[in-house]
Design a binder for this molecule. Structure first.
Ligand SMILES: [Zn+2]
Length: 368
């Protein structure tokens, strides 16, 4: 497969324009869209060890969660670590792609991986960042080609309503056209007005994938020039955002919950911001990575506890002031479950490409 084809699959899961940091740097950071890929390595960060692992495994693509290039580069030099890794990656034909805050906010992303790892029931979005917006696609196609066109655009993500795929409405009618000089018509002759029995195929498309659906439609359509309409819709769809609010099946004490988090996430230790380890918890908020900005939101959502990472002294104090228990399991440990989860999602969507999860622990600290 080409880098571009794999990126398309990732962006069906985590569309790039859902990123919620304006300065975020998602997408292809190093390499070429047209490079061939047979092996992919997944990691939270691109480090020297991760790059060596990719080279040893003969991977051509590394997909990271955190952007390896974040701010503008002033130079790419061998004597500066970031430059050295870029040069080494390029010399070894390694492409690097990043899915950061777009992977944080989608329903099949960091939060869902963390929820599954903790074996919590399904929840709702803690802090919405975006709502799914739809368009209607109406395309005119010869009757005999309508079904194949429906299959092609459905494969690209059009026509999904809830638990149903391939949703469309087809009406039959008569299309007319006259091929002009220089045209290469699929049906008819230059200079003659043609009448063709056509289908108007209508379906719904999330705007986030509209351009790839149009691309798939144009590729599958037999006409040289395709007539189609894109109509904005007011239908409401999925809500994207950070973290999740989860109603637990039964109440648990803070100390039991913390123990569970520690075991399921395989942490050496967790930090608990609470004076009462016997306090009963029935509603929790979770957020992989740095969830300190969600303390108030979790409290307003009626949660008694927030499970996240990167909680410092003052944020912890603030949580305690408003009566919210926080379990800090670390940035790395609350995010790393997304790698195995993403591997499964990619395996379901791509063939003939081997996907590895890094064996390198890229957590920048250890506990003594
Ligand atoms: Zn992170």
């Amino acid at each position: 497969m080409k880098v571009q084809e794999i990126i398309q699959k990732i962006e069906e899961i985590a569309p790039k324009d859902l990123a919620c940091l304006p300065e975020d740097n998602n997408g292809l950071l190093i390499g070429s869209y047209s490079a061939d890929v047979s092996k992919v390595l997944l990691a939270l960060d691109l480090t020297s060890d991760v790059l060596d692992e990719a080279i040893n495994l003969n991977c051509q693509l590394i997909i990271t969660h955190h952007p390896f290039i974040f701010k503008g580069l002033k130079n790419i030099r061998e004597d500066i670590e970031q430059g050295r890794l870029i040069i080494k990656g390029i010399k070894n034909n390694i492409n690097v792609y990043c899915a950061h805050t777009n992977l944080d906010v989608v329903d099949l992303g960091v939060t869902e991986a963390l929820r599954k790892k903790l074996e919590f029931p399904k929840g709702t979005v803690l802090q919405p960042t975006e709502k799914e917006v739809f368009s209607k696609l109406a395309v005119y196609v010869p009757k005999d080609n309508a079904y194949d066109l429906l299959l092609a655009i459905s494969k690209a993500g059009a026509g999904h309503i809830g638990a149903y795929s391939h949703c469309s409405f087809m009406t039959e009618g008569e299309g007319t056209f006259k091929p002009l000089e220089g045209a290469n018509p699929y049906i008819g002759k230059v200079g003659t007005i043609e009448k063709v029995q056509e289908i108007k195929l209508e379906t719904i498309v999330p705007n986030a994938i509209l351009s790839s659906v149009i691309k798939a439609m144009l590729k599958a359509h037999p006409y040289e020039e395709v007539a189609y309409d894109i109509i904005p819709l007011s239908n409401t769809g999925k809500v994207f955002g950070l973290g999740a609010v989860i109603q637990l099946e039964e109440q648990v004490k803070v100390k039991e919950l913390a123990q569970r988090v520690k075991e399921k996430l395989n942490c050496q230790q967790v930090k608990i911001f609470s004076r009462d380890l016997d306090k009963k918890i029935s509603k929790v908020a979770i957020c992989g990575g740095s969830g300190g900005s969600l303390i108030q939101t979790a409290k307003f959502a009626g949660c008694q506890c927030l499970i996240t990472g990167d909680i410092d002294y003052h944020k912890g104090q603030m949580a305690m002031d408003i009566g919210l228990t926080v379990i800090d399991a670390g940035h790395y440990h609350t995010e790393v479950p997304v790698l195995e989860y993403l591997k499964g999602l990619l395996n379901d969507r791509i063939e003939d490409v081997q996907v590895y999860v890094t064996k390198v622990n890229t957590c920048p600290y250890i506990f003594l």
